[in-house]
Design a protein around this ligand. Structure first.
Ligand code: F6P
Length: 319
């Protein structure tokens, strides 16, 4: 390959900028021309390209968001859109594409690979729901943002002796709730992967109260149902004063953690190496502290296994 392009697609995730920087700089290091495409597949279809140089990615390694901007493209779901997207690359003589995003973005990439464009996916989503990789870019930062927010909520929860339900993102995955819940010592963690027994949660709250606990924090993954409904059920069962905080998009912003920046940098570099080695239809994956290439299909395979032992541990520690 001599000329490659990079785009970010789907929901943004802290660390995407570090991944863009790594693709651009590693590409330039090896003498490639690197183009950035703005607004994800929308920009690809409509020709929003710009040639990148060392300076265009200066001062972004530590910033949240994505300097290339992102979009969820409806047009890329149509055969016409997919054809236009491939034509834009062929027409400019661009040999290959790196897509930074979630599994929906990888599906878009595969429609280009069947049109003879080598593609590599870099998993970036705060949800950490992509099979094959232990970590997706942005997850660690989002978890840390939740921990920071819960610590603030705990101050007011204690003062008012309240039970707080904190709803976190993650789509169908309970990963953010689980990891953050364990790290901030939540009394209960409610995730879509495991049906919640609200009687059991209520008994735990009551037991804690009898022991002299004056407040509780329950983390609810958005995919497990409405935190408002769950809060009302718990209020009816326990008589405790409950409040709900939905953290929302705050979880998608902020400077990435060191782990996210390092992972993003390794994945960006790995994507360029895979293309230079003539590979296509691969995604970068972090397994046992190493970043490697795996077939893109892995991302659509059976869902990522739920970390049951971590969930059990969180419950044992919040007895
Ligand atoms: O996939 C990332 C994510 O933040 C999910 O956790 C959440 O359900 C969704 O995106 C929100 O999407 P939007 O930014 O379109 O509101």
């Amino acid at each position: 390959v001599q000329s490659i392009a990079v785009l970010t697609s789907g929901g943004d995730a802290p660390g995407m900028n570090a991944a863009i920087r790594a693709v651009v700089r590693k590409g330039i290091y090896h003498g490639l021309k690197v183009f950035g495409i703005e607004r994800g597949y929308e920009g690809l279809i409509h020709g929003m390209f710009r040639e990148m140089n060392l300076g265009t990615v200066a001062d972004i390694v530590h910033r949240g968001g994505t300097m290339l901007m992102t979009a969820r493209s409806q047009e890329m779901l149509t055969p016409e859109g997919q054809k236009k997207a491939a034509e834009q690359l062929h027409h400019r003589g661009i040999d290959a594409l790196v897509v930074i995003g979630g599994d929906g973005s990888f599906r878009g990439a595969q429609t280009l690979s069947v049109q003879s464009i080598p593609v590599i996916g870099i998993p970036a989503t705060i949800d950490n729901d992509i099979p094959g990789t232990e970590l997706t870019i942005g997850f660690d930062t989002a978890v840390n943002t939740v921990i920071e927010s819960v610590s603030k909520i705990r101050d007011t929860a204690t003062s008012h002796e309240r039970t707080f339900l904190v709803e976190v993102m993650g789509r169908k995955s309970g990963s953010i709730a689980l990891q953050a819940g364990l790290a901030c010592g939540a009394e209960s963690i409610i995730v879509p992967e495991i049906e919640a027994d609200l009687d059991e949660v209520s008994s735990k709250l009551l037991r804690g109260h009898q022991r002299g606990k004056n407040h509780s924090i329950i983390l609810v993954a958005e995919g497990a149902g409405s935190a408002y409904k769950i809060g009302e059920e718990l209020r009816l069962r326990t008589g405790f004063d409950t409040r709900v905080t939905i953290l929302g998009h705050i979880q998608r912003g902020g400077n990435p953690t060191a782990l996210d920046v390092v992972t993003a940098s390794e994945m960006g570099a790995c994507a360029v190496d895979l293309l230079r080695a003539g590979k296509s239809d691969q995604m970068t994956a972090r397994i046992h502290q190493q970043v490697i290439g795996l077939p893109l299909e892995v991302a659509y395979g059976p869902g990522k296994p739920f970390n049951q032992s971590l969930y059990d541990l969180a419950n044992q520690l919040a007895i």
